[in-house]
Design a protein around this ligand. Structure first.
Ligand SMILES: *Cc1c(COP(=O)(O)O)cnc(C)c1O
Length: 449
């Protein structure tokens, strides 16, 4: 038996409440078991064990209630145990749990693909396929692009994050912790300079010209199957490219017979105040990789794109044992229903207003905040040494630690490890968001020399 506290019934009270130090004694006991049983290679950001979660609250085994400003890395955008997700999962799990879609199909998989074809940018003819994780979706995007173009090379960008499998490690930029000691990596992957307005001062057009020149000269359009880009970079530091960058890269791809792949795994499903972040600049990608927010927490990923590309692969070339599992598909349909019913695209826009106003005010009072950026409910603070742009990873870590100790879950990211990212569930009650930001403000004050 586990040492968990009695499971509460009904809805979680939407309040931050600490009844022990963090981590409390039950979490500490579970961490000891974790250490004895779980690989040390799997990290823990905040060592409290969760028993229940919903709205904007995570409740732990010691009875503490924490404010969730991370949504499990932009996964539970519709909330934890969202009612439509739970209903549909319950219904499906009692009927059948697996057949393998490639053996004997079922409707849920088709319905999720129909929804993806409808919701992703562009009204052209599309097809989709389903997988288990974001990395798997990205791998399949590369397979599709290579099969459709007959070309080998792939271009990714500085600060990119596309996953932890072998091919996606090659696409991911940051060595520690994602790639360190895990090579050799897949070949024919090239890295282009990203638009990072806070640090490069370039316009979107200038940054795109720089990237395109590199691709032209060092890779060659005739060798390039695909260019893959996150419309707002996630793990790399919530980097929003300068306006015009995305459209220029996408246009170059179209003009040169190169498949433009948007990795919308973190930015998708209403997170940025649009269903997909490419919409902010009217960009229509050839292929869109989705996962994270797609299914209210169940493992599901999608790859959606132009029918001529998605159908260029030989029959049997795409798939997997579990991909598009019926229970995960039911959850996906419940999550999409929730996004549409609750108007979460518009809600993300409202959260953006609150977040930007509060964080910009903090930036006027805390000179360690070099930049406030992001879209929708995907907003970040970049920490620097006051008066410079020198990254201040130590301050960032101290702020996160202080927020955690006060019961507010914030995540860090960034190539330089100096970014705090806020990704609240889109259903978070406003009073909790404000309280979480109050705690963050105080954590910054307390962490600055
Ligand atoms: C999380 C993420 C991935 C990888 O998804 P997994 O489900 O962890 O494999 C890929 N790309 C982006 C932009 C991500 O945020």
């Amino acid at each position: 038996m586990t040492e968990t506290a009695e499971a509460p019934t009904g809805e979680l009270a939407q309040e931050r409440r600490l009844v022990t130090e963090l981590p409390g004694p039950r979490s500490r006991a579970l961490m000891a078991r974790r250490k004895a049983a779980v690989s040390a290679g799997v990290g823990t950001m905040l060592p409290v064990f969760i028993t229940d979660a919903g709205g904007g609250i995570l409740r732990d085994v010691d009875g503490n209630s924490l404010i969730d400003l991370g949504a499990g890395i932009a996964v539970v955008s519709v909330g934890n145990a969202a009612p439509h997700v739970v209903e549909r999962v319950r219904e499906q799990v009692g009927r059948f749990t697996h057949t393998c879609f490639m053996i004997t199909p079922y409707e849920g998989y088709v319905a999720v693909c129909e929804a993806l074809n409808r919701l992703t940018p562009g009204d052209h003819e599309k097809r989709s396929a389903l997988f288990n994780s974001g990395a798997e979706s990205v791998e399949n995007a590369i397979k599709v692009a290579r099969a459709a173009t007959g070309k080998p090379s792939i271009v990714a960008f500085d600060h990119a994050y596309h996953g932890r499998t072998n091919l996606t490690m090659a696409l991911t930029a940051k060595s520690m912790p994602y790639k360190h000691s895990f090579g050799p990596f897949a070949g024919d992957v090239y890295r282009a300079p990203m638009s990072y307005p806070y640090r490069d001062g370039l316009s979107g057009a200038e940054a795109a010209a720089r990237a395109i020149s590199m691709i032209d000269k060092q890779v060659g359009a005739s060798e390039t199957a695909a260019v893959i880009l996150e419309p707002i970079q996630g793990e790399g530091g919530f980097i929003v490219p300068a306006p015009g960058f995305l459209p220029a890269i996408s246009q170059w791809c179209t003009d040169n017979g190169v498949v433009f792949v948007a990795d919308e795994i973190q930015t998708g499903f209403a997170r940025t105040g649009a269903m997909f972040a490419c919409e902010h600049e009217g960009v229509v990608p050839d292929l869109v990789a989705t996962a994270k927010g797609i299914a209210g927490g169940l493992p599901l990923a999608g790859l959606t794109g132009r029918a001529d590309l998605m159908n260029a692969v030989h029959a049997g070339g795409l798939g997997g044992t579990f991909g598009g599992n019926p229970v995960a598909c039911a959850a996906g349909l419940g999550a999409i229903e929730t996004i549409e019913e609750l108007g979460l695209v518009a809600r993300a826009g409202q959260l953006e207003s609150i977040l930007l106003e509060r964080l910009r005010d903090m930036a006027t009072r805390h000179p360690v905040i070099g930049d406030v950026r992001g879209r929708g409910a995907m907003i970040a603070l970049e920490f620097v040494r006051p008066g410079t742009k020198e990254p201040a990873a130590d301050v960032c870590a101290a702020v996160a630690k202080a927020a955690h100790a006060a019961g507010v879950v914030v995540l860090t990211c960034g190539t330089y490890g100096n970014v705090i990212r806020l990704l609240p569930p889109l259903v978070i009650p406003e009073h909790l968001l404000h309280e979480g930001l109050d705690v963050l403000d105080e954590a910054i004050r307390a962490s600055c020399p």
